[in-house]
Design a protein around this ligand. Sequence first.
Ligand code: SF4
Length: 274
Amino acid sequence: MPMATRATAAPNPGAPPHDPSHPPIPFALPRPSPARKERARALLAALDARYPEAECRLHWTKPHELLVATILSAQATDESVNAATPGLFARFPSPADLARATPDDIAPFIRTIGLWRMKARAVHESMAALVERHGGEVPRDMDALLALRGVARKTANVVLGNCFGIQAGVVVDTHVGRLAKRLGLSRHDDPGKVERDLMALFPRDRWCDLSHLLIFHGRAVCRARGNACGADAICREWCSEAARMAREEAAAPRPATGRRRDPRTPAPRPRRPA
Ligand code: SF4
């Protein structure tokens, strides 16, 4: 179903004034129909019921650790990041420690993760900026986070949502982008446009949870390859792909189970017991 693209005039829909968990949204959002919003809410309820354990899969105990882990997770698996960060955080426990370390000091701890040279520099420089500009604290502000090296909107949304409960946007990674399209939530490929569609469709206090729920469904059922279309209740109800697969299955010729009897020929007599 095509989505209306008229922009909303209100930059911060539904938020109480000065609520720090709902900062102003600096761009216009699409205006989906009430029916589309209702559909999104019902899907959210189904995902909630299916994945009550959905949460951030990266391991962290302090905000700067989640910031570093998210920088490291670009084009890498969460598992590979979780395997590397305990050693890194044990050797360099604070932002100041990582700021003092050179990229060459950091590199040996993250060599198992893709793009490690570039990421070692990003970790060092972002932590140095944290120390210089923010007293060693992770800023609770989108623009301040975006000014750090290696931090784009996805990373900033992860940190703001998970560390501080700030609903500034929706995390759109490859799972969320794929699911958004397949479940009819967005027709875009560009992560920024997908994020705006999701922000417009779902209740703001659930934006952070939404990405966890979609990521869990993406990993469990709707994988990039070899997914379980048609065999899953959420898919059957919400994804047109599942309906298409079910139609194709119903239309496909049934495998032969034996020679069919011509209805004009008499039925064979039952055999006498020997
Ligand atoms: S039906 Fe297939 S494509 Fe649609 S959400 Fe499920 S697994 Fe993904």
